[in-house]
Write a protein that binds this ligand. Structure first.
Ligand SMILES: [Fe+2]
Length: 338
């Protein structure tokens, strides 16, 4: 259907139209059985279709970036089949070479008998908004890196421990096939999971020999202290939650909140497993290294009781497959995380 035959909320010169153009907000409609797609002029401009170029769903989705293509096509198919509303954020290749991010919403159109006759909805250009969000996120990650460096200078044991845990936790998250953005949350959460130890006196952190009950109680506060440091900052990942929950155990025997099973973030269950293995594998001021085998034996002994069984299995499989700790203290941004 050409543009001039299309439904419109306001003419090209109406105030509503001008505002919509400024906001990059337009409409779409797909009519059955022809499956012809109508786009308002703004949508054509945003996605890079000429004003008269015929658009089919196949042509449209062929321009989606590969990661979004199947999801976008399936959402449309479901909407036309059973009326499931569409609400997605997808990326499309614009013919001029850049990638546009759009927020697509839609609902089914029905005739008087309730049969689905097509679908319609809106398209919002969110490319600039996503770019600004990404810049802000990277700035926030930069501040985490700075805090991590400060901690590494003050307390090299904890600093190195966190970065090795981050390396293993990242490998586990990838083995569990978490989406890349969620893997990054695991990486960053692991890299700062003991940030709350900044509040502990060096005397306690570096003391040879076991800690007394009062000192141990103080050390246990590092989860809540770390979460309190991070909570005021809005990250796109649940970093404060990961930090607070990394000593929780599946059976409720952990601290600080005694959470159980699914009450614990999956990210925190991954960090917990990597933390235990690394802590046993490495030398500590208060004891020599127990060895990686002992860490893995701890996982096997308490699989499903203290530790998430799927996370334990993924971790054991990594070591069986020859996982190697980073040879040197990992560096942010260089070891596949950060
Ligand atoms: Fe910890």
């Amino acid at each position: 259907m050409p543009d001039d035959q299309a439904p419109s909320a306001g003419g090209p010169s109406s105030p509503g139209h001008a505002l919509a153009r400024l906001a990059g907000l337009g409409d779409w409609r797909l009519v059955l059985p022809t499956r012809a797609v109508w786009f308002s002029p703004i949508v054509r401009q945003v996605l890079g279709f000429t004003p008269t170029e015929p658009v089919t769903p196949e042509l449209l989705f062929s321009r989606a970036v590969p990661e979004d293509r199947a999801g976008a096509a399936n959402a449309m198919a479901r909407c036309l089949q059973d009326g499931t509303p569409i609400s997605r954020r997808d990326r499309y290749h614009h013919p001029d070479g850049h990638v546009v991010s759009v927020e697509v919403r839609g609902h089914a159109l029905r005739d008087a008998q309730g049969n689905i006759t097509g679908a319609e909805g809106s398209v919002l250009d969110v490319t600039a908004q996503i770019g600004a969000q990404r810049q802000l996120t990277e700035a926030l990650v930069g501040t985490l890196q700075t805090i991590s460096r400060i901690q590494q200078m003050r307390d090299p044991y904890t600093g190195g421990h966190q970065l090795r845990v981050a390396d293993l936790a990242t490998a586990i998250a990838r083995a569990l096939k978490l989406p890349p953005e969620r893997v990054r949350g695991v990486s960053l959460g692991a890299a700062i999971h003991d940030i709350g130890k900044l509040s502990l006196p060096l005397d306690i952190l570096n003391r040879p020999g076991p800690l007394g009950p009062l000192e141990f109680a103080l050390v246990k506060q590092h989860c809540a202290v770390g979460a309190a440091i991070l909570e005021p900052v809005v990250f796109p990942w649940p970093l404060a939650g990961i930090v607070r929950q990394h000593h929780e155990r599946m059976d409720g025997s952990g601290y600080p909140d005694g959470l159980k099973g699914d009450e614990i973030l999956l990210e925190a269950r991954i960090v917990a497993v990597a933390d235990v293995v690394e802590a046993m594998a490495s030398h500590r001021p208060y004891r020599p290294a127990l060895g990686e085998a002992q860490g893995l034996a701890e996982l096997r002994a308490h699989r499903g009781q203290r530790y998430d069984p799927a996370v334990v299995d993924a971790c054991l499989a990594l070591f069986e497959g020859g996982y190697q700790w980073p040879a040197e203290t990992p560096v942010w941004g260089a070891g596949g995380f950060g």
